[in-house]
Design a protein around this ligand. Structure first.
Ligand code: TMP
Length: 210
């Protein structure tokens, strides 16, 4: 059996990934593909516990502790959810993956890239997503969209300069891996973005047997 494809969605908080994730899952499901949707940090029982610690706005932690917890949750996610699903031919769509660690911990918190690379190769070897969709949005628009959130989590509470660094790190990642990471302008209408998504997904669908 063919392996499934691994698609990840990235962007700063407020970029609208969740709406698009749902659309992609329905679209691929309509093509007869078995799709599993998941998220990071999280996606497993242990990973969701780690997520609660990471997002708890009362929880202080060192930037490297935060990084290690992200990768610990990822190790579990790969082992229990992502790799088994891909091996049985399912497609996996994850709301965030390792690019988020480069953007938030590397860009946002200033954790050394060398350290992130060590953790990346430790936890996932050479394994990478088949496709990453990066939803790019200005910090100002993202902030406006997030105004309705009642209690901001530990990341959402960060100041604008943090998000400027996160966004810059995502853009750097996209320029380093242009074949894997596709940039979408998240300020466009949902219809516009779904049209773009449909086009971007076509090459992955070619491998499917009729
Ligand atoms: P979410 O709000 O998109 O569900 O993501 C939770 C938060 O976790 C988000 O603010 C980004 C952050 N995050 C990191 O800082 N590093 C990571 O590696 C991942 C996966 C998420």
């Amino acid at each position: 059996m063919e392996n499934g494809k691994f698609i990840t969605l990235e962007g700063i908080d407020g970029a609208g990934k969740s709406t698009h994730l749902e659309w992609i899952a329905n679209y691929l499901g309509g093509k007869g593909i078995r799709v599993l949707t998941t998220r990071e940090p999280g996606g497993t029982q242990l990973g969701e516990h780690i997520r609660s610690l990471l997002l708890d706005h009362r929880q202080m932690m060192h930037a490297e502790t935060e990084t290690l917890l992200m990768f610990a949750a990822r190790r579990e996610h790969l082992d229990k959810v992502i790799l088994p699903a891909l091996n049985q031919g399912d497609w996996v769509i994850s709301d965030r993956f390792t690019d988020a660690s480069y953007a938030y911990q590397g860009g946002g918190r200033g954790v050394l890239i060398d350290r992130l690379q060590i953790l990346e190769s430790w936890v996932q070897g050479k394994f990478q997503p088949d496709l990453t969709l990066y939803f790019d949005l200005s910090i100002e628009v993202a902030r406006r969209r997030m105004q309705s959130i009642k209690i901001a989590d530990r990341f959402e509470k960060e100041q604008n300069d943090f998000f400027h660094r996160v966004r810059a790190a995502y853009i750097t990642r996209a320029s380093q891996f242009p074949e894997r990471i596709q940039i979408l302008d998240a300020s466009h209408s949902i219809d516009d973005i779904t049209d773009q998504l449909e086009r971007i997904l076509q090459p992955l669908l070619i491998s499917l047997k009729p």
